[in-house]
Write a protein that binds this ligand. Structure first.
Ligand code: GLN
Length: 486
């Protein structure tokens, strides 16, 4: 039997609108679920129980007044790097452990305007650096499909919460795969929009030229609904784009007959787990059966260099972004110092975890006078090549189909020693950020009870096309309906 808290956004919306259920009932069901399962999963840094119930009461009033929008009264989870006024925003870092933001991120404001009920802030890798959520300064999150395994990262808490019905949807952020990879590992839908589609104002920055906020949901229709609410130009983010926002739900329910899909061979290269490759090939055959024309022989030769480019550009940008944590303006501050310099050093020494410090040092190095041309400038040139290869591919194909990740979710602790390997695991997701284009990960089946995600990539601002293909696949296969055995 499906419980209330396990429904999708579009299903509970109907119940709310017809007053078969109230937002308070819905919120209580989610809170009860969090009490029951979160001690095992640990998806949340902060649960905002009282606030959620207040917001639910307001939502019920609004619904009584006849104003029930698609997200009104529905409990949601926010990755803990989205600033929420009056609520702790930690970035899962000691540096911001007690930081209460004085303002809301634009996406939070937009969702509040729709009547969101905020149920809590989700755990993540510290400062969004990682792919397992094991880099959180507080605790690791467990995968609802197998509690011994990682949920992916860095939006691992958000993905686990949505998969375990501890909230109806989440917003995550994706710099190199942090929405799509945990979505894949937790068998949910995760969409990274085009760079500029969603305002980054109030998102604690990792790498500003790569970061994007996007929905993490239980099915494709829900992703379209959340995209409708969060997309659009914002004059507080100079890189947001004033490209028209259409109704993304209009993309759903259309067939994909005659669509041209390309399969880039570099995304099935050495290192991919054979079971993952065969699951994705089965998924591609399913797309073919739905009438798409599939070209199995596409090449994006520069894509394998994307992780190298990423670890130069993202660390360079992170080293600049994280310079603001000086212990003076906000956040953790080392008190027992004898001088200002000592205070600054110790604040950063004790406030940041190992991975964050490693990346700050790497980023500072690649930007230093003697290294700038060799590393940073070179990486920018390869970035252009990667983008151009996508551009020419999209002259021939409507979308590209790949696995989201080469691997099934690892056991907790299994890969923490193998840093270089872990950097290269994101080889399927990183090129998309490098090129600034949109991509979606949707459930594509299971191997020994562990989820596999299918990635669909399209040209800039073609989110509708992604949603259309994803929806057709999902409706034909039904993988999104499975619930983790909790
Ligand atoms: N796993 C990648 C990293 O460690 C991507 C993280 C992200 O998208 N925020 O940086």
């Amino acid at each position: 039997m499906t419980h209330l808290e396990q429904l999708t956004i579009h299903e509970v919306h109907k119940l709310l609108k017809s007053k078969q259920v109230s937002s308070v009932e819905l919120t209580k069901a989610v809170i009860a679920r969090i009490h029951a399962v979160d001690p095992k999963i640990r998806a949340f840094v902060t649960v905002t129980e009282e606030l959620a119930l207040q917001q639910a009461m307001q939502a019920d009033k609004r619904i009584a007044d006849g104003d029930c929008r698609p997200l009104t009264g529905i409990p949601a989870v926010m990755k803990d790097l989205l600033c929420t006024k009056g609520i702790r925003t930690t970035c899962s870092s000691k540096m911001l452990e007690n930081f209460v933001s004085p303002y809301n991120a634009t996406v939070i404001e937009k969702l509040y305007a729709e009547g969101m009920v905020l149920i809590g802030k989700a755990n993540m890798d510290e400062c969004a650096m990682g792919s397992s959520t094991e880099n959180s300064a507080f605790f690791a999150t467990h995968n609802p499909w197998d509690l011994m395994r990682i949920p992916g990262g860095s939006s691992g808490g958000a993905a686990a919460a949505v998969a375990a019905s501890e909230g109806f949807y989440a917003l995550g952020s994706d710099t190199g795969g942090s929405i799509r990879q945990p979505a894949s590992y937790c068998s949910i839908t995760g969409l990274k929009p085009t760079y500029g589609r969603v305002s980054r104002y109030g998102l604690i920055a990792l790498a500003s030229s790569l970061d994007q906020i996007g929905p993490m949901t239980r099915d494709v229709e829900d992703a379209a609904i959340v995209m409708n609410a969060i997309s659009g130009y914002d004059d507080r983010d100079s890189t947001s784009v004033s490209y028209e926002v259409t109704d993304y739900t209009k993309a759903l329910g259309k067939n994909i007959k005659g669509m041209r899909l390309g399969i880039p061979r570099e995304y099935f290269a050495d290192g991919i787990q054979p079971e993952v490759a065969s699951t994705i090939k089965t998924a591609i055959v399913a797309l073919e059966e739905l009438g798409a024309h599939v070209d199995w022989n596409v090449s994006l030769p520069s894509s394998p260099y994307a992780p190298a480019v990423y670890y130069v550009i993202s660390t360079a940008e992170a080293s600049a972004n994280l310079a603001r944590y000086d212990g003076i303006r906000y956040g953790f501050s080392y008190q027992a110092a004898n001088s200002m310099w000592e205070a600054l050093e110790k604040t950063r020494q004790f406030g940041f975890g190992t991975e964050v410090k490693r990346r700050i040092m790497l980023g500072t190095y690649v930007l230093s006078a003697g290294c700038y041309d060799t590393y940073y400038l070179k990486a920018q040139k390869v970035r252009t090549l990667i983008r151009q290869e996508f551009e020419s591919a999209f002259e021939k194909y409507d979308a590209l189909i790949t696995p989201t990740s080469f691997n099934l979710p690892f056991k907790l602790g299994e890969k923490t020693d193998d840093l270089m390997a872990s950097y290269f695991y994101d080889v399927c997701t990183i090129p998309v950020n490098i090129a600034g284009i949109p991509a979606i990960s949707i459930p594509a089946g299971f191997v020994d009870g562990l989820p596999v995600g299918l990635q669909i990539i399209a040209k800039p601002f073609a989110e509708e096309k992604l949603l259309r293909i994803a929806h057709a696949y999902e409706q034909a296969t039904g993988w999104q309906q499975y619930q983790p055995p909790l």
